[in-house]
Design a binder for this molecule. Structure first.
Ligand code: 3HC
Length: 307
């Protein structure tokens, strides 16, 4: 039996928001691999790199890493500018996609990645809830059937690698196999997550996987408690923080994850299972309609306009 190491000499990260940037950070600092960061927005890339600089500086100031280590990690990260497109990721051994939670968007991205990149490149998604099997099917080359050699080979390199926010701090990565994912892809992706300093759990490809099938009903129930006037925002969060030792209450955590992301995951759970227990609360829907998206937009259940 072959045992695979990760064999990743260069990593591509697609999306430089809080998740993509965090993944680039742990890959460059902990796994010590060169990272090519790509986003369709130059402004977002600049924002991401500025955050990385701040995180590295903070770790040096706290004595967690040496200044040379921070410099080496930063030097490992380079940018593939928007105008170059995804073909700028040609030479990487694995891409981790971390764009927003939209199936059509991810299908379009994985279709292009499969067409532009060599067949040996592992294509991983940081999706929080979307089916890896569906994403993998979008890599079947045009004109080939799912049962042809090409139709079987391309989806076999697609895998779910679900990181948690803030990526530099949270110790877990959830590994998800699509129906088509090969054992080699699974083992290499797992070895890479471990090289990034993470512990790995495995989940079947069900809506929300293990993590969000458990977390999102909890957050939704907290929002419904607020909606029904059962308790105030502060008392709901305080109950969970002081009564159950959660580091954040569920409403603060929802703000932290992003209310649009919470809603997208809840919709995937509800539509994917048909189970009414996953129906998103109306209050959550209205807050997203109002563009109150939590910490990133300055307003959610809490106010962050000064942050
Ligand atoms: N990036 C990097 N490091 C960060 C950070 C960030 N965004 N935010 C905080 N940290 C670091 C701090 O620098 C500090 O490091 P130190 O121990 O070396 O000094 C450490 O985290 C603790 O930070 P603070 O003292 O400032 O604050 P807290 O003690 O309140 O911790 C927290 C902050 C780690 C975010 C903590 O509140 C927490 O664990 N909250 C819950 C987070 C959580 O549940 N995440 C999962 C969300 S679900 C998800 O991501 C899945 C998706 O699919 C929805």
């Amino acid at each position: 039996m072959t045992i695979y190491g990760h064999g990743i000499r260069t990593l591509g990260v697609l999306g430089s928001g809080q998740m993509g940037l965090g993944i680039a950070y742990v890959a460059a600092l902990r796994a010590k691999v060169p990272v090519l960061l790509h986003d369709r927005s130059s402004a977002q890339i600049q924002k991401g790199l500025a955050l990385m600089d701040r995180l590295l500086e903070k770790d040096v100031a706290k004595g967690k890493i040496k200044a040379e280590e921070a410099k080496e990690a930063r030097d490992r990260v380079s940018v593939v500018p928007p105008e170059k497109g995804m073909s700028g990721l040609q030479d990487v051994d694995m891409v981790i996609e971390a764009v927003s939670e939209s199936l059509p968007l991810k299908q379009a991205i994985f279709g292009s990645l499969a067409a532009d990149l060599p067949p040996s490149t592992i294509l991983a998604s940081n999706t929080s809830s979307i089916s890896i099997t569906k994403i993998a099917a979008s890599t079947i080359p045009e004109g080939h059937s799912a049962s042809s050699k090409e139709g079987l080979q391309s989806p076999s390199r697609v895998v779910g690698l679900h990181f948690f926010n803030p990526v530099p701090v949270m110790k877990l990565v959830e590994l998800i196999s699509g129906l088509q994912t090969s054992q080699e892809t699974m083992e290499r992706a797992k070895a890479f997550a471990m090289a990034c300093g993470k512990e790995v759990t495995s989940s079947q490809d069900v809506p929300g996987f293990v993590s969000n099938a458990l977390l999102m009903p909890f957050i939704n129930e907290a929002i419904m408690c607020l909606e029904k006037g059962i308790a105030t925002r502060d008392d709901i969060d305080k109950t969970l923080k002081l009564g159950m030792n959660h580091p954040m209450g569920p409403l603060q955590l929802a703000d932290f994850i992003g209310l649009d992301t919470c809603l997208a995951i809840q919709q995937t759970l509800y539509q994917g299972t048909g189970d009414s227990k996953y129906r998103p609360s109306i209050l959550l829907e209205r807050m997203v309609d109002a563009q109150w998206l939590g910490k990133k937009s300055g307003k959610g259940f809490y106010d962050y306009s000064d942050a």
